[in-house]
Design a protein around this ligand. Structure first.
Ligand SMILES: [Zn+2]
Length: 344
């Protein structure tokens, strides 16, 4: 890995069409049984190779083995009914049919460990694994048991902690928690959301990251962004709390967003995954555009703490566009590295 500006994606990449129909969320599997298991592993291999070929430094699984970044984890917990679903408003923004918590929730067995072991065997580069954060999990289902978002988040945090420890054991270098809900429920973040996340990372010695974005490039999110005005200051409400936490890395949306980059001052000292790739457009960034975002970020983040990345996951994009964006990210980071004196 290059010593400065190591590139990574936030997590998800498009799946091959033979595994699941592309360009949609919750896309159903096209295979079953043993064929599905083998298909998922093949997709993982392809995802890894595409990241290698594009020059990505910190490898992720591209989330090839999961249908959705939140619900796949929840499927493996006890106490959740996936059959009798209810419709709720996710992130206070769009309606979705979600599973229902009907009893005490608890982890049964590790969800992603075999996938992580598989990926670990295929590459010697650092690997990063994404898990949903407790608050975002709470916000992606209906609770008919605890009747308290805080209590439910705490139970999820315990299950996530078990999973994270098993992933660490499998050789994962960075465990990332996806918390898009942090950008919506500020008071909850400060009251209990961050505390729940601290519970999820308790006892880990690998690096930990939190990803907070403005969502995938789907219509409900794009419409919401139009209502946020010319300056998006959501991060300002939660960064002070994150700054004092034990989380090592913060992943943010920057390119093409209206986030004032000076807000990164509020997390000075943390490592920052700077989103230099917009996932809400099919237009592929030029290396120079990526470099511009990174140069601006360098005004607020120390060079050794800057991790060029994407704004969010790329699952809903076409494979061709996603490949182009991976290469642009790499080429943009290389431009800045060169300006700063090459690979240090
Ligand atoms: Zn995201």
């Amino acid at each position: 890995m290059k010593n400065i500006l190591p590139t990574s994606t936030v997590g998800s990449l498009p799946k091959p069409a033979w595994l699941a129909p592309p360009e949609k969320l919750w896309s159903p599997w096209k295979l079953e049984g043993d064929q599905l298991l083998e298909g998922k592993q093949d997709a993982l291999r392809i995802s890894l190779q595409e990241q290698h070929l594009s020059g990505i430094d910190i490898i992720s699984d591209g989330e090839q083995t999961r249908q959705h970044f939140v619900t796949t984890f929840i499927e493996h917990l006890s106490g959740v009914d996936f059959k009798n679903r209810k419709t709720v408003k996710i992130r206070d923004r769009y309606e979705a049919s979600v599973p229902v918590v009907v009893d005490e929730v608890a982890g049964q067995k590790a969800v992603f460990v075999e996938d992580a072991q598989f990926l670990r065997k295929q590459t010697s580069q650092p690997i990063k694994w994404a898990l949903p954060g407790p608050m975002t999990m709470v916000d992606t289902l209906y609770d008919d048991h605890y009747k308290s978002r805080e209590k439910l988040a705490w139970e999820f945090a315990k299950a996530l902690n078990e999973e994270a420890k098993a992933l660490q054991e499998a050789g994962v270098d960075i465990i990332q928690f996806d918390e898009p809900a942090f950008n919506v429920f500020f008071d909850d973040v400060n009251d209990w959301g961050m505390a729940a996340l601290e519970r999820a990372i308790e006892g880990l010695h690998c690096e930990t990251a939190i990803h907070i974005c403005y969502g995938y490039g789907i219509k409900a999110n794009n419409d919401w962004k139009k209502t946020l005005g010319s300056e998006w200051r959501q991060y300002e409400e939660i960064f002070p709390k994150i700054q004092t936490s034990n989380i090592d890395i913060v992943s943010l949306e920057c390119h093409n967003s209206h986030v004032p980059l000076e807000l990164m001052e509020l997390i000075r000292g943390k490592k920052v995954m700077v989103g230099a790739i917009d996932v809400a457009t099919n237009t592929i960034e030029t290396p120079e555009e990526v470099a511009q975002t990174l140069r601006k970020a360098l005004e607020f983040v120390a060079i050794e703490n800057l991790y060029p990345s994407t704004n969010c996951g790329m699952a809903p994009l076409s494979r061709e566009v996603a490949r182009g964006k991976l290469s642009a990210l790499s080429a943009g980071a290389a431009l800045v590295r060169k300006e700063l004196g090459g690979v240090l």
